[in-house]
Ligand binder design. Structure first.
Ligand SMILES: [Zn+2]
Length: 443
């Protein structure tokens, strides 16, 4: 039976969104800081958060456990024991002084939906696994995706030697939490058992807000190439050196950065973006022509070809600007992470559920990294973005999600699950060799 958003909009149904917001509020009270929300990997706050999530999973009718890296895993079992598994979820760690919905919305939406199915006595023809990933943001140990990397069987044991800012080893943090490190390998899922991975996540940007839409379907999770650029001119007297005889590293940087802005604005369809988040004149002085200028570059796009084409143009521009201004330069690439395209067959089913909810399906790329990026190495993935209020601000306590939007997203996930058709067996398994190293990759 086809139902529309209006028909579904009964008080009982609206409870899905209200439940998600109430749970997010409750989790938001667990914080390492007195003011604001901070929940970093394997702190007491983080472990308390995991226990609460596991409890909600059990109350919703799932079998729940916390695995050796701290992921909270809830399984809503099909009546068919031979059934394969569809995974949904997101991360429960936060940045320092973060928002209440980043990551958590995807977990809590899935639990609310399972609770609804369980209350109605509805079973699914596949096992549904809800994973609350323990670590995605890379805050405490400066290494992202600790949770999902274990799920895909790519947790690098060398990570256990990482230290937090107090010099505490990741290995000791896990051992103190009572985790059995010898079982980390066993967390890896068998890709042949997986039907796919679907993640609901707050957009963390202003695009849906601008489009006046509650949700959008993600086409691809942008990869990133990051560079450190050093320009070397000549520092000389600001009063005595005529304009024509200067080798000013900062004005060279300015010319380059204006080009980065212009070049990245040219390719909207690829969601190309370029940013120089760090820009310095080392030892600069008010009366000295900048002898050096250092800046970072972060170039992202929804497809790697568009991103690489922009990078090539930017590198050529750096060369010509430096040549004409007699500036020396070095460029060091510090990160290269390929983009993770979403699977068209999953996007189509998500799109159909969006349409059945009375919302125009709208596609957008994700500029931020997400757990889906790692899951894409072993199974097909899709993502549903939810509108982010307050101008799209995220990684900030001002991050907001309306109860209506939380509810629409939950109903779409519910409807998607009830209509879900697995992809025919051939070709669902992706080669692990496609994997690219993205350990240093951060949102
Ligand atoms: Zn997130």
């Amino acid at each position: 039976m086809m139902t529309t958003l209006k028909q579904l909009n009964t008080p009982q149904q609206h409870a899905l969104g209200a439940t998600v917001l109430a749970w997010a509020e409750q989790l938001g009270t667990l914080s390492e800081d007195n003011n604001g929300l901070t929940c970093t990997y394997m702190t007491a706050t983080h472990r308390e958060t995991a226990v609460q999530i596991a409890q909600w999973m059990r109350e919703a009718g799932m079998h729940a456990h916390i695995d050796a890296v701290g992921n909270v895993v809830g399984r809503f079992l099909s009546t068919d024991p031979q059934a394969r598994t569809l995974i949904t979820g997101s991360h429960y760690d936060t940045v320092r002084n973060g928002g209440k919905y980043d990551g958590r919305q995807g977990i809590l939406t899935a639990i609310a939906v399972v609770r609804h199915l369980n209350d109605k006595g509805i079973s699914l023809p596949f096992h549904l696994e809800v994973i609350a990933f323990a670590e995605e943001e890379g805050v405490r140990f400066k290494s992202t995706f600790l949770g999902s990397s274990a799920v895909i069987g790519q947790f690098d044991p060398a990570l256990l030697e990482l230290q937090d800012r107090d010099g505490i080893l990741l290995r000791d943090v896990l051992a103190d939490a009572g985790q059995d490190l010898s079982t980390i390998d066993a967390i890896a899922r068998d890709p042949s058992d997986l039907l796919g991975y679907v993640e609901v996540h707050i957009e963390q940007g202003p695009v849906l807000l601008d489009q006046d839409l509650p949700v959008g379907i993600v086409t691809s999770i942008a990869g990133s190439r990051r560079f450190l650029v050093e320009l070397n001119g000549v520092a000389s007297h600001a009063g005595t050196t005529p304009m024509a005889l200067r080798k000013d590293a900062a004005t060279a940087a300015a010319e380059i950065l204006l080009y980065v802005e212009q070049r990245c604005a040219e390719d909207k369809p690829s969601s190309l973006v370029g940013t120089a988040g760090q820009l310095q004149v080392p030892n600069g002085s008010v009366n000295v022509i900048p002898g050096a200028c250092h800046f970072s570059l972060d170039i992202r796009a929804g497809n790697d070809a568009a991103r690489d084409a922009a990078v090539a143009d930017i590198m050529a521009k750096i060369a010509t600007v430096c040549q004409s201004r007699h500036i020396g330069y070095t460029v060091e690439q510090v990160v290269e992470a390929g983009c993770a395209p979403c699977a068209p067959w999953l996007m189509a089913q998500l799109s159909a559920a969006v349409e059945r909810a009375g919302v125009a399906p709208f596609e957008l790329a994700s500029g931020a990294g997400h757990d889906a990026m790692l899951m894409a190495r072993v199974t097909d993935v899709a993502m549903l973005f939810t509108r982010c209020g307050n101008g799209g601000i995220s990684h900030n306590p001002l991050e907001t999600l309306s109860v209506d939007d939380a509810d629409v997203a939950a109903r779409i996930l519910l409807d998607f699950l009830r209509h879900f058709k697995p992809k025919p067996a051939r070709g669902t398994r992706k080669a692990q060799s496609e994997a690219a190293t993205t350990q240093e990759y951060t949102e």
